[in-house]
Design a protein around this ligand. Structure first.
Ligand SMILES: Nc1ncnc2c1ncn2[C@@H]1O[C@H](COP(=O)(O)OP(=O)(O)OP(=O)(O)O)[C@@H](O)[C@H]1O
Length: 236
C-alpha cells in the first residue's frame, strides 16, 4: 500500500459532502495531534482512516461529533459547523451520527435488546416505534436470537454487533467507528466490516479508523492515513 500524496484539495461547501475539514489543526495542552488538515467525505462514501497508535485518528473522529473542538480551522458535518453547535442543536446533530467504539461501551446489567433501545427511549421514541426498529436492527447484525442475553454472555464479536446495533437503530446517515475491530480476530473483524458495508450500501456514510492494514486491503474503499499530524491519501 503506497502513500501517494497529501489530501490538499481545498474543500468547497456543498450538500454533496457529509463531512468537511478545512485547514483543521488540533493541539492538546502538550501535544499537536493534527496539523492543518483538509478532508472531504461525500454522502454515501465509505472511508477508512489508518495510522499508527497516537497519530490522531480518534481525535479526528471526536471532532466530527463535537467531543473535541478544533484549535484552528472548520469542521462541518451535514452542513453544520460543529464548533458552533451548542446544547439542543449539538444533541440533534449527534442524533444523526451513529458512533461505534472499540471497547463496545455496553451496559452490563441490561440485555442486548435494552442496550440497543436505551438511546431511543432517551430520545422519546414511542414503545411501538422502538419495537418496530429493534427487530430488523438485530436481524441485520445477526443477533435476533440473543436479544435477551446480557453482554457478559456474549463473545467479543457479538458484543461489537450490539454496539453497532445501538449506533444504527435510529438510522443515522453518518456512522463513525473508532477501531471497531481492534479487539477482534480476523474472522470476526471481517464479519463486522461486512455489516458496515451493508449499511453503506443502504446509503449511510461510513468512516472507520483502523490499524488493520490487511482488512483495509481486502476492501475496495477510499483510505486516508494520519501521519505526523498530516493526512495522506493512500492507494490500496
Ligand atoms: N485529551 C487529551 N489530552 C492530551 N493529549 C491527548 C488527548 N487525547 C489524545 N491526546 C494525544 O493526541 C495524540 C493523538 O491521540 P489519538 O487518541 O487521536 O490517536 P489515535 O491515532 O486514535 O491512537 P490509537 O490508535 O492508539 O487509539 C496522542 O499523542 C495522544 O496522546
Amino acid at each position: 500500500m503506497a502513500v501517494l500524496d497529501r489530501e490538499q484539495d481545498i474543500p468547497t461547501l456543498n450538500a454533496v459532502n457529509m463531512v468537511q475539514l478545512h485547514n483543521v489543526t488540533k493541539a492538546y495542552v502538550n501535544q499537536l495531534a493534527l496539523s492543518d488538515i483538509n478532508l472531504e467525505v461525500k454522502k454515501g462514501e465509505f472511508l477508512f482512516v489508518t495510522g499508527a497508535s497516537g497519530s490522531g485518528k480518534s481525535t479526528l473522529l471526536k471532532m466530527l461529533y463535537g467531543e473535541e473542538l478544533p484549535t484552528q480551522g472548520e469542521v462541518t458535518v451535514d452542513e453544520c459547523n460543529v464548533a458552533q453547535m451548542r446544547g439542543d442543536a449539538l444533541s440533534l446533530l449527534r442524533r444523526r451520527i451513529g458512533i461505534v467504539f472499540q471497547d463496545y461501551k455496553l451496559i452490563q446489567q441490561r440485555t442486548v435488546a435494552e442496550n440497543v433501545t436505551v438511546v431511543l427511549e432517551a430520545q422519546g421514541y414511542t414503545r411501538k416505534e422502538i419495537l418496530r426498529r429493534l427487530e430488523p436492527t438485530l436481524k441485520l447484525v445477526g443477533l435476533r436470537d440473543k436479544a435477551n442475553c446480557f453482554p457478559g454472555q456474549l463473545s467479543g464479536g457479538e458484543q461489537q454487533r450490539v454496539g453497532i446495533a445501538r449506533a444504527i437503530v435510529s438510522t443515522p446517515p453518518l456512522i463513525l467507528a473508532d477501531e471497531p475491530t481492534g479487539n477482534l480476530d480476523p474472522d470476526n473483524s471481517w464479519q463486522i466490516i461486512q455489516i458496515f458495508r451493508k449499511l453503506n450500501a443502504f446509503g449511510a456514510t461510513v468512516i472507520i479508523t483502523t490499524h488493520d492494514e490487511q482488512l483495509v486491503r481486502r476492501c475496495n474503499h477510499r483510505v486516508v492515513q494520519v501521519c505526523n499530524g498530516k493526512l495522506l491519501t493512500k492507494n490500496i
